[in-house]
Design a protein around this ligand. Sequence first.
Ligand code: NAD
Length: 494
Amino acid sequence: MTTFKNFIAGQWVEPTTGDYFDDINPADTRDVVGKFPKSGKADVQRAVESAKKGFALWKRTPAPARGDILRKVGDLLVARKEEIATLMTREMGKPLAETRGDVQEGIDTAYYAAVEGRRMFGHTVPSELRNKWAMSFRRPIGVAGLITPFNFPLAIPTWKMFPALACGNAVIFKPAEDVPHTGHVLVEILLEAGLPPEVIQLVHGFGETVGAAIVEHPDVPVISFTGSTETGSKVGAECGRMHKRLSLEMGGKNAMIVLDDADLDLAMDGLLWGAFGTTGQRCTATSRLIVQKGVHDTLLDRLGARVAKLKLGDGRKQGTDVGPLIHAQSREKVERYVGIGKKEGASLVAGGDRATGKELDHGYFFQPTIFTGVKAGSRLEQEEIFGPLLSVIRVADADEAFTVNNDVKYGLSSSLYTRDVNLAFRALNELDNGITYVNAPTIGAEAHLPFGGVKQTGNGHREGGWEVYEFYSETKVGYVDYSGMLQRAQIDNY
Ligand code: NAD
């Protein structure tokens, strides 16, 4: 079995702790992908020292040259797409079509970042005084600590890393402990593309030690975290205390609204993909179906038939629709919520149990599960479960649907199926989410648009698109007075 290393101070090195953890295939727990460093605080300390040197060098590299390296990263991802998709499926379970999509998102993000290296615009603004120029431009900030979750092992790190690098920052990357192999390959590719070694540090390990040490380190002024709202709160508290720049992307409880005038076949396809794709382990997964009473029964009849046909198994095998959950605790969490749903009086109409038999016995599989008659305000309807469990809420009309959609603490994505164009535009304004899809499922973000949520899903920043470049750079303003005399702003005007 391969034993992997950290990448610190320009070298692949063993952790100072001498400890390792196993990276396990969740579809078959007998299959161990490799051993990865269970690093400690001292490893983070070394990584920060090195990243500071990397930053001193990288911030002086012209932004277009930084972009050129990211273009090469994109090319290498293209060349290794199939290999990365396969190893990603092995370590986290989602089917190959989805892991290929995950790599593609990294490729799109790399090419976007490459161009952004030539477009890091500032503003030139007229001064209120004569013979004076006023302008703003973007500066890199320093060492960025990037902490990422398991469900998009390549895409989410690239959403953070590529803009951070394009802007001229150095990076310390801590991948989720469930997906260290994909993180390892991503760093290999950055180095192969020509990134100066000290600009990137990879420190494997657990959140409470390595993640926390990065967050607490005084020389890491930028933290970008994606993960659960619970962990995000801890990270946020520490960053607030230390006045750090922080981007949080956290939990969701996303709803698809299907109204009486919807195209039901279209809604059905979107629902299966939204609710059970990635085994429901997407921040944008459809975990609530809010359906108008006129189509409620028809939609559910059809849904039951389609769900029964979903094939569970190893995501590397052709024909697999749904993979396993990521680990035993996630499956136990879904089981707990099945119990909560029953207690709350909702009706279990599909699934509800572990999926077993043959190869499924060796992985963390769970049947695609549907509860109907779920009450707005119940725990099943309000709390993030992060598994293949769909709660169905019946409503009288669009107004009630919008209220139910908005009445949760999260606000990542929502989706509306209707043929009423006026209502579609109203929904864009009235649904309290960072993203609303019309006649498409709650998942499907594109790399060149801003991504993020409102309320307890985020803290006001966005990943993706142009907005993330603001997060990874500081605005500097310059005034050049060439009048040759003292001109006092607000006093000597006009
Ligand atoms: P998690 O919160 O358990 O872990 C996320 C990362 O934080 C991991 O790398 C982990 O090691 C690290 N971590 C854990 N404790 C830490 C601490 N005390 N200090 C610093 N870092 C720490 O999340 P997960 O189970 O990997 O991912 C699932 C969650 O992520 C879900 O809630 C999901 O909604 C959310 N998510 C959100 C988005 C989004 O963009 N909004 C995207 C994907 C996933």
